[in-house]
Ligand binder design. Structure first.
Ligand SMILES: [Fe+2]
Length: 174
């Protein structure tokens, strides 16, 4: 593995751990604000982000590469609204997608086939993550960020799945 790709993958771990930490904080805030369905969804997302970090760690370990775990900053304690919280999720996911795309290009350039194959999974996953965040945000906007509308969306999210999203092909592979 090239030094650049190793450094990039280690740096990417920070984005996954940060997302996991922030989504857990969001789940707590949502529970505090009587939105247990939203909280269930974010709690699941938090767990998924840890699995993403683990997937990269496993790849590095299997290839006898040094893993350097990052320091993670304390997440925010509160958000202005459920809408602001979802905007934050979408922003996070777009940053992760940009990082994955950069890593994928690096692996391709270096003809690092195992790296390309591993990152391919993330390309698909990020497409789904962004689509799900956009779908929830869109429903909040449709509901006009009102109590009744939010309660309806909250019920839909109680399964941890976003309505309207196709079953995830990556779920089984996690
Ligand atoms: Fe992730």
């Amino acid at each position: 593995m090239t030094k650049d790709l190793l450094k990039g993958l280690n740096e990417h771990l920070k984005l996954e751990f940060r997302a996991s930490h922030e989504y857990l904080a969001m789940s707590i805030w949502l529970n505090e604000h009587d939105l247990p369905g939203f909280a269930t969804w974010m709690r699941k997302q938090s767990g998924d982000e840890l699995l993403h970090a683990q997937r990269i760690i496993d790849h590095l370990v299997e290839r006898d590469q040094k893993v350097v775990l990052p320091a993670i900053a304390a997440p925010p304690l509160s958000w202005k609204s459920a809408e602001a919280l979802c905007e934050h999720v979408l922003k996070n996911e777009r940053e992760v997608t940009a990082s994955i795309n950069e890593l994928y290009a690096m692996a391709e350039k270096a003809k690092d086939r195992p790296g390309v194959v591993m990152l391919q999974w993330f390309v698909t996953e990020q497409m789904e993550e962004e689509a799900a965040a956009r779908a929830v945000l869109g429903r909040i906007k449709l509901a006009g960020n009102t109590g009744v509308g939010l309660l309806m969306i909250d019920q839909e999210l109680a399964t941890g799945k976003v309505p309207g999203m196709p079953p995830s092909p990556t779920d089984a592979a996690q």
